[in-house]
Design a binder for this molecule. Structure first.
Ligand code: HEC
Length: 205
């Protein structure tokens, strides 16, 4: 098969006409450079601005912050703070299960104190508790150390509030959180003092 026949067969298939010199032209070299350049630019651009394709780096649907508005971290979840504080402080005596270790350490699960007044709970944690106490019909007579600010455990108001929120939710089914503001308020009212007794607590709200 001659070149002419080959060319004219191609012409028919492609529906194209060859140029004056009877040849098809090649892709201009310039285009090759142009496309190489585009690919290079695209790669560089993605490398620089893709944010590692991480969903939290750029969220185009996030609300636009107002001018002068501080972007602050969301407040920590009291249940998470509380669970951690429980694990660090209370767990040694009241146990991971919250069942305590009778006759030395009273249970929190099903305890009328945990289900009861939040002000009394806050006072027990801020100042400790000593002397006889009845929990679920059983008598205890030990001493619980203070765990609040300035005590050996030095939990701040957020942690005291968090641990009580956690304990109430976990073992008394109470959803209402105890707030750090309430803890601070009671500490302000009561000042610094020694451990509480049941007799004193019962006179308080
Ligand atoms: C060193 C051991 C110890 C630690 C730590 C401790 N407690 Fe206690 N807790 C006790 C003892 C002992 C009593 C009973 C005190 C008494 O007999 O007067 C008690 C009583 C209580 C009570 C009232 C009675 C009851 O069982 O409901 C609550 C509520 C309580 N603790 C919560 C906590 C929480 C929450 C923490 C952690 C922030 C904690 N305790 C840390 C030993 C401890």
């Amino acid at each position: 098969m001659s070149d002419e026949v080959l060319l004219s067969t191609h012409e028919k298939i492609l529906g194209k006409q060859p140029d004056e010199k009877g040849r098809y032209s090649r892709l201009p070299l310039g285009l090759l450079f142009f496309f190489s350049g585009l690919i290079f630019f695209g790669g560089t651009y993605l490398g620089r601005y893709s944010g590692y394709f991480h969903p939290q780096i750029y969220n185009e649907n996030a609300p636009v912050p107002k001018v002068g508005q501080l972007i602050v971290a969301p407040p920590a979840d009291p249940m998470v703070v509380g669970k951690a504080a429980y694990g660090a402080v209370c767990i040694a005596c009241h146990q991971p299960t919250g069942l305590g270790l009778p006759p030395a350490f009273p249970p929190l699960v099903g305890s009328e104190w945990v289900a009861g007044s939040e002000e009394r709970l806050i006072r027990i944690l801020l100042y400790g508790l000593q002397g006889p106490i009845k929990v679920k019909g059983a008598d205890f007579n030990g001493a619980m150390p203070a765990v609040g600010p300035g005590s050996g455990f030095n939990l701040n108001a957020e942690k005291v509030a968090g641990v009580l929120t956690f304990v109430r939710k976990e073992w008394a089914g109470i959803d209402k959180p105890i707030t750090a503001a309430k803890v601070t308020e009671i500490r302000g009212k009561e000042g610094s003092r020694g451990p509480m007794t049941v007799a004193e607590l019962e006179k308080m709200p």
